[in-house]
Design a protein around this ligand. Structure first.
Ligand SMILES: [Zn+2]
Length: 250
């Protein structure tokens, strides 16, 4: 099967005065003769993604497959950086996204049009095992065509994209930023059903650290959160203030 490395941690937050942060999870899978990225992040992550790929010994041209949970910009736009990769996205997602007019939402309209006409895009059906050991599961709500990806490894891994953005959504069964709250609830219940079927499963959310169930069956973080901003509040470029974003004020 595949070795999993999370290259960029998703972050469970939004900016207070500047809209979404768009800090989404980017995962690398290697095995079966393939180099796969599950989601590829937004423009702001490009330098860090380059650094992480290099640290893992992966050149952009080595990436064989880019697998997209959904079409939002913070998960999708960097597919252009992997010229040899097949790009996998849900058929329902593409059919919806390509007909959406530009709007004040996270859909990158020009990238969606490029994907809609690209010869290297392969459309994934819900229920399909589209790559060895990787099966797509419908999880609509956040967008109409969101997919979960279940990796049949030992332990299994479930990539939830924004169907379950973070631990709080999984615990509360409520979702922020959804197009259809009822559908989102059903999708969260799908995640929980899959998790109860395989309690050792690692869940990789779209905007949070990876999770596993503790002895009480509650999601517990795998690894340690890292997030900070360095700001120039003074008069000298060499002086920055670092703001830790791993814990804070209420
Ligand atoms: Zn999204």
């Amino acid at each position: 099967m595949y070795r999993l490395d999370v290259l960029v941690q998703g972050y469970p937050g939004r900016s207070v005065c500047h809209g979404g942060l768009g800090w989404s999870t980017i995962a690398l899978l290697r095995g079966e003769g393939r180099v796969i990225l599950v989601d590829v992040g937004a423009f702001g992550v490009r330098k860090e993604l380059e650094k992480q790929l290099s640290a893992h010994g992966v050149a952009p041209a080595d990436v064989t497959d880019v697998v997209l949970t959904h079409a939002h910009y913070d998960h999708s736009v960097n597919y252009t950086l992997f010229p040899a990769a097949t790009v996998w996205i849900g058929r329902v997602e593409m059919d919806w996204a390509r007909h959406e007019p530009p709007g004040f939402n996270p859909l990158p309209e020009l990238y969606v049009q490029d994907l809609a006409h690209s010869a290297r895009v392969r459309l994934v059906e819900a229920g399909e095992t589209f790559l060895p050991g990787l099966t797509a599961i419908a999880a609509p709500g956040h967008t109409p065509g969101c997919l979960l990806f279940r990796m049949a490894s030992q332990p299994p891994v479930l990539f939830t994209g924004d169907a379950a953005k973070n631990r709080a959504e999984l615990l509360s069964l409520r979702t922020d930023m959804t197009m259809d709250a009822e559908a989102s609830l059903a999708s969260l219940e799908t995640v929980w059903r899959l998790w109860r079927e395989a309690p050792d499963m690692i869940v990789v959310p779209g905007h949070d650290l990876s999770l596993r169930l503790d002895a009480e069956g509650r999601p517990d973080y795998v690894g340690e959160r890292k997030a900070a901003i360095a700001a120039w509040f003074g008069e000298d470029l060499s002086v920055t203030t670092t703001i830790n974003l791993t814990k804070g004020m209420e």
